[in-house]
Ligand binder design. Structure first.
Ligand SMILES: [Cu+2]
Length: 168
């Protein structure tokens, strides 16, 4: 089985607007979930340049296992977060492309590790064509969260999805 494919860490966002994992907050994007306490599994298929489904409904504080598969012919990412998270991620990806750690069709996880850029990012899976991966995520009580692909040009081309967070 292709297990969780970790991408890379988020760089700190200027201004500290990041409501990221590990802050224990009930507001924001949520945090990595406990794989032993999954409420529900949602399958997401990625293609050029879209997600199916393009929106998902989750309950407040629900823990979801996202099973993500790349059915396209290009590298795609599924990254839960906010536009601020995605902007930081895209800069990282641009840097990785410049350093030959990834291309439009290939992800060199080995090279990312060697270059020290393969930090665990539990909010993201970066997948080559044909690959699949998983994220277990616990959503907050309220907040704004969606998903997007930060491969340069993809979010701009409309590759993003919405999470509808329903109060319990
Ligand atoms: Cu993409």
């Amino acid at each position: 089985m292709k297990s969780l494919i970790t991408a890379f860490a988020l760089l700190p966002v200027a201004g500290g607007a990041l409501a990221g994992p590990g802050h224990g907050s009930t507001h924001g994007v949520g945090e990595p979930g406990d794989p032993a306490k999954v409420d529900r599994t949602i399958e997401i298929a990625m293609d050029e340049m879209s997600y199916a489904p393009a929106s998902v409904e989750v309950a407040a504080e629900e823990t979801i296992r996202f099973v993500v598969s790349n059915e396209g012919r290009l590298v795609h990412e599924f990254n839960l977060g906010t536009p601020e998270n995605w902007a930081a991620h895209k800069d990282e990806m641009q840097a990785m492309m410049q350093k030959d750690m990834m291309s439009m069709r290939h992800v060199d996880h080995e090279k990312m590790r060697e270059m020290g850029m393969a930090h665990d990012d539990p909010s993201s899976v970066l997948l080559e064509p044909g690959e699949s991966g998983e994220i277990v995520w616990t959503f907050p009580e309220d907040g704004q969260v969606g998903y997007a692909c930060n491969v340069p040009g993809h979010l701009e081309a409309g590759m993003k999805g919405e999470v509808e967070l329903n109060a319990s």
